[in-house]
Design a protein around this ligand. Sequence first.
Ligand SMILES: *Cc1c(COP(=O)(O)O)cnc(C)c1O
Length: 418
Amino acid sequence: MNTLKKVDPEIYAAIRDEVKRQQTHIELIASENYCSTAVMQAQGSIMTNKYAEGYPDKRWYAGCGTIDIAEKLAVQRAKDIFGAEHVNVQPHSGSSANMAVLFSSLTPGNKILSMDLSHGGHLTHGFKKNFSGQLYEKITYGVSKKTGFIDYDELRKIAKESNPHMIIAGASAYPRELDFAEFKKIADEVGALLLADVAHIAGLIVAGLHQDPVPLADFVTTSTHKTLRGPRGGIILCKSKYASKIDQHIFPGIQGGPLMHVIAAKAVAFKEANTQEFKDAQAQTLKNTNKLCSELQNKDYTIVSGGTDNHLFLIDLSNKNITGTEAQVALEKAGIILNRNMIPFDKRSANDPSGIRMGTPSVTTRGMKEPEMPKIANWIDLALKASNDDNKLKEIKSEVVAFCATYPLYKDITDFED
Ligand SMILES: *Cc1c(COP(=O)(O)O)cnc(C)c1O
C-alpha cells in the first residue's frame, strides 16, 4: 500500500488501523465474516474502471469482453452452488436485491406479510422509514411468546385474514431454522408470492445445512458478505419465468452501471463456496455457535428461544441489570465486538434494547473451534459483570488480544509501515 500511503496518508492510516482492529478483536457480529485475500484482490482490481450497463453480450458500452467473462463466471457459479434457474449478480447490496424484487412484482399499496422487525425481520421487509414501508402496506408475523419459534399456525391465520400479495420469509436475528416448505404452503393457500431472503443463512444453505428455499420460493435474495463470505453485495435467484422482469428491475430499474470489481469478487467467492473446505467451515460454524450458546446458557444467561439452529443466537439481558447498549459498549472495551439487538416482545427501545446478538462465522473463519468457545463465553461473562470497571475490562482486553494473536488473520496483507 505504498502508493496509497504517499497519496493519502490519512486513509492509509485508517486502513492500517482497521486491519489491526480486525486482527486484535474477537468478532461476533453475526452478519460479518472475513472474506479471503483472493476476494479482496478481485475487488481491489482495475475492473472498477469499467462501465458495463446491461448484461453479458448485451452491453450499452464497448470494451466489455473481459468484463463479460467475469460476470458470466459469477452467474454460472452462483447457479451451480444454489441450483438456481436464474441469477442476477448485479445488486449492489442485499437491500437493492430486495428492492428490485419488490418493484418487479408489487404495485404501491400492495400488502407484504413479513416478520416483525423486533422479532428478527429486516428493514427492507416493510419498515416504515424504509422504501418498503413507504410504498407497501406491511403486515407482520412473529414468534410465539412462549417458545421463541415462529408460530406457523398464527402466520397462516394472519395470511388468510390479510391476503398479502407477497410473503417474505427471512430474518436478521432469528436463531432457528426457517421452514420454507411451510411458508410455501401458506403462500400457495392465499395466492401470495414467496420471497425467501436468506442474507444471513446463504452459506449454510449452500453447504446443505439449512432447508433450501431455492426450489420452492418465487424469489430468493441474499447478501454475499455474510455467511457466504464474499465481497459486500447482493444477488437475486429466481425461476426462469421471472428472469427478464428481475433483470430489468435491477438495470435500468434501480441501478446504473454494475460494480464489476465486486462482481469479479463475487465470482471468486462462489468458486470458494463450491469446495469441501467451505462446507466444513459452515458445519464448524454451527458447532461453534451451539457451543458458545450452551456455555453462556450454563452461566445463567437467558437465550431467546432456548438455543440456536444456525450461526447466531440472542441473549435476553432483561434479568441482568444491564441493557443491550451497555453490554455492547462494555464488551468492546474488552475486545469483543457484537451488537445490541431487540428481542421479541422487547419492553425497551431499538436504541437501547434488552438483548445482544452474536454469531460465530468470523471466529470460525479465523480457525477457532469448540475448545475456544468456553474461553470466549468466559470473557463475555466477566466483561458483562464488570461493565463499570474499566480496569477489569482492560485486563480482559489484553487477554483477548494475546488470544487473537494465536489465530493469525490476513498475515499476507500486513506489510504496513507506520
Ligand atoms: C443483511 C440483510 C439484508 C441486506 O443487507 P445489506 O446490508 O443491504 O446487504 C437483507 N435482508 C436480511 C434479512 C439481512 O439480514
